[in-house]
Design a binder for this molecule. Structure first.
Ligand SMILES: [Fe+2]
Length: 281
């Protein structure tokens, strides 16, 4: 069957030529040439600009949301880009919910990470749960119910907050041991048009997506969507723990908000930005 996905020719050619790419090479610039990033603020600074919304972002906290360095400051919108647990044990989910419930935000959004198998699909959880130490196997419906009580899961959907369009997408490859490249996004993620903020668990290919070996492991299909359709002003993700940071390509501010460096407790603080409220709101 012919794939609906057509790779962006330039990116694809570059990828084929080089196994190892530095962030920015896919857009023909070095990181030094691409500064400064817009919107970024000190997360612990007071939010005094009433014409903007303060977003506070983290990702890949695994079982350590309560040990993120310097903690989680308050803001308007809290974003977690997935991997709220290590192996999705019920106790890990409960701890996450307990902490998030007490965070001081107007809205809280989550996209599911590949470690969050207890809130993805019961069939997959039944298949691999015992292998990863689940006994008994949790109920996905029950774990989802708990998580949804404390945070809004964006599962291939757009929400609007103060006129700002926020798209959260679920990676089609949510295996616990998933790396990326992954299958292309299907039609359920193709009709959103342009958005202000994009949240995914995995990075786009070539941008803040280096794994611990220094190999790019982001998703080419996601990069294609970012460039050709969603064109976000800010793209928040995680998954690649080794590539925490921000990167601005002149159109999109990319944020790898991975709190964890490896599989230890979080080492990286939250990243925050003030996004201007659209005029007329
Ligand atoms: Fe992770």
């Amino acid at each position: 069957m012919k794939s609906q996905y057509s790779p962006p020719t330039y990116d694809w050619e570059q990828l084929m030529k080089m196994n190892r790419l530095k962030a920015g090479e896919l857009i023909g610039k070095t990181e030094k040439e691409i500064t400064p990033a817009p919107f970024i603020v000190n997360p612990f600074s007071p939010h005094i600009n009433s014409s903007s919304i303060r977003f506070v972002c983290t990702s890949d906290t695994h079982k350590g949301l309560n040990t993120v360095p310097r903690g989680i400051p308050s803001g308007d919108v809290f974003i977690h880009a997935g991997d709220i647990s290590q192996q999705s044990f019920v106790q890990e989910i409960d701890l996450f919910c307990d902490i998030v419930t007490h965070l001081n935000f107007t809205a809280k959004f989550l996209v599911k990470g590949n470690h969050d198998i207890a809130i993805h699909d019961q069939g997959y959880l039944e298949l691999v749960g015992k292998q990863f130490g689940h006994n008994p196997i949790p109920s996905v419906n029950e774990e989802l119910r708990k998580v949804k009580e404390c945070i809004t899961i964006l599962d291939n959907e757009v929400v609007t907050f103060s006129g700002i369009r926020i798209l959260g997408i679920t990676d089609p490859d949510y295996r616990l041991d998933a790396v990326t490249y992954g299958p292309p996004f299907d039609s359920s993620t193709s009709n959103f048009g342009q958005v202000d903020i994009l949240v995914s668990h995995v990075p786009p290919m070539g941008i803040l997506d280096l794994d611990h070996r220094g190999v790019h492991a982001g998703q080419l299909a996601l990069l294609y969507k970012v460039r050709t359709e969603w064109k976000p002003k800010v793209h928040i993700f995680g998954h690649m723990h080794s590539n925490y940071g921000t990167f601005f390509d002149g159109q999109t501010l990319f944020i790898n908000a991975s709190a964890s460096m490896g599989l230890d407790n979080p080492k990286n603080p939250v990243i925050a930005f003030d996004y201007p409220i659209p005029s007329g709101i």
